[in-house]
Design a protein around this ligand. Structure first.
Ligand code: GAP
Length: 456
């Protein structure tokens, strides 16, 4: 597996991810996705939405506002309890999360006994709604997309005539004023989440919790082609924490989040160590109950068949899109020696690859070859994400496409177009990213051959 610096540098060089506001020196915890990054991210979101919403009849989607009535965050507990313990070094004034410091010394300047006592630091980003910046106008940027789902529970259930068990899904931005950001796009202050709140009958939540652990684990393995050694489950119960999967011995005791009676955290083996990529929380009736209490509006579900009324329990699979982008990059990156030269290749699974096809002219000084290559690119573009590139020699073009994970290169050469050429065959070369195998295909069949290959 590559180290973090290798991935960060590739991301910048090839247009996946740039530092936010880079020309002003950046701003910690904010990143900008470039042309390839946005394609990769969209492909991940599409894969999730298809698996979690479109391929099922028990989950529907929403897209709710980032800014909500501040009472939402009072009821949810975020105003009072969404905080991390902050310590500051009295010598160098660096700040740290107390739970991430080992020993007495300041991790920055090394001085002992200069760290302050921990104080709770609330992670909510504040803003003001309207023209007056007083306390009554304070609002928060959402720290999770989940609450937009909870407050719409009955709207969705009744308008879509859904019966428990069913779920509501959402993809959207979340904001947290993290004390420490880092590891590239792993821990950000602005990031994207994909969450499902799955509403179940009280008493059935443990079965559903296990069900979603298994479903989500299978989705990660399938979508990113993860090996069993790179993903594991951390079980966080109120009384103990343990691992299901690889490296079971290296885990400290943790508490579930304030809203959860227990979590399954899915962890990926990053170069900086095992780290969470998705949390599957058993949220009970914590949120719906709290909103019912503070709003004074009933959020009970009426079961037509049994004539029972109850507040459903919730199981919540919640993942971060930015962390998934990082997983895709680490899992796909490979270096290999080909004819004495290093080849860097991102072996993205087909649906995730940002670019499916690159069309390359073998000789950019031959107008007939260039024109045919442009024509083929234009023909393919409506069907699969296609780029045209004639900015370097064919060897360099192949290397560049390998490094960004392009699945197929179509090369147009003299034989393809020059009818006077004794070797003229009216065919082009299709090169496979992974095997580097090349086949000759008649120009009229290129689209069908590539479409079939993309479906394989
Ligand atoms: N609604 C539940 C919830 O928000 P969480 O464990 O705090 O739970 C869910 O967040 C997922 O969101 C995490 O597993 C992670 O993938 C992503 N996430 C959380 N904080 C993040 C941050 N600061 N930067 C990037 N991703 C983050």
């Amino acid at each position: 597996m590559p180290d973090m610096d290798t991935i960060v540098s590739l991301c910048k060089r090839r247009g996946f991810v740039f530092q936010g506001s880079e020309i002003y020196g950046g701003i910690g915890g904010f990143w900008d996705y470039g042309p390839l990054g946005v394609e990769l991210k969209n492909n991940i979101k599409r894969a999730w939405w298809k698996a979690m919403v479109q391929d099922r009849d028990d989950i529907v989607g929403v897209d709710t506002a980032v800014i909500m009535n501040p009472n939402v965050w009072r009821a949810s507990g975020h105003v009072d309890t969404f905080s991390d313990p902050l310590v500051e070094c009295k010598n160098c004034h660096h700040r740290f999360r107390a739970d991430q410091i080992k020993g007495e010394a300041c991790p920055n300047c090394g001085n002992s006994n200069t760290l302050t006592e921990p104080r709770q630091f609330n992670l909510l980003f504040k803003t003001h709604v309207g023209p007056v910046e007083d306390d009554a106008a304070v609002a928060y940027l959402r720290p999770e997309t989940a609450q937009g789902i909870f407050v719409n529970f009955l709207n969705v259930q009744q308008s879509m005539r859904k019966k428990v068990p069913f779920g509501i899904a959402q993809i959207g931005r979340a904001f947290r004023n993290e004390i420490i950001t880092g590891n590239f796009i792993f821990r950000d202050r602005e990031f994207e989440q994909m969450e499902v709140e799955f509403f179940v009958k009280p008493g059935t939540e443990d079965t559903w919790h296990d069900h979603w652990r298994d479903e989500r684990l299978a989705w990660w393995k399938r979508t990113f082609h993860l090996s069993d050694e790179h993903i594991r489950v951390k079980v966080i119960r109120k009384d103990r924490t343990y691992i299901e999967g690889p490296d079971p011995d290296d885990v400290d005791m943790e508490k579930p989040p304030h809203y959860s009676k227990g979590n399954y955290d899915l962890e990926y083996k990053f170069p900086m160590g095992w780290s969470e990529i998705e949390g599957i929380a058993s949220r009970t009736d914590y949120d719906l109950g709290a909103h019912q209490k503070l709003s004074g509006k009933s959020l009970e579900y009426f079961d037509d068949e049994t004539k029972e009324k109850y507040i459903p329990y919730v199981v919540e699979p919640s993942m971060g899109v930015d962390r998934a982008v990082l997983v895709a990059l680490f899992e796909s990156y490979q270096e290999e020696m080909v004819r004495g030269e290093k080849r860097v290749v991102l072996r993205f699974p087909k649906p995730l690859a940002p670019i499916k096809v690159a069309v390359l002219p073998l000789a950019r000084n031959r107008p007939e070859i260039v024109a045919k290559a442009e024509e083929i690119a234009a023909m393919l573009r409506p069907h699969m994400l296609t780029v045209y590139d004639d900015s370097a020699s064919i060897g360099r073009l192949y290397r560049r496409q390998d490094e960004i994970g392009t699945l197929y290169c179509v090369t147009v050469d003299h034989q393809s177009v020059l009818v006077d050429d004794e070797k003229y065959d009216g065919k082009v070369t299709i090169r496979d990213r992974d095997s580097m195998e090349q086949i000759r295909v008649p120009i009229g069949q290129v689209k069908n051959v590539l479409s079939d290959k993309l479906m394989e």
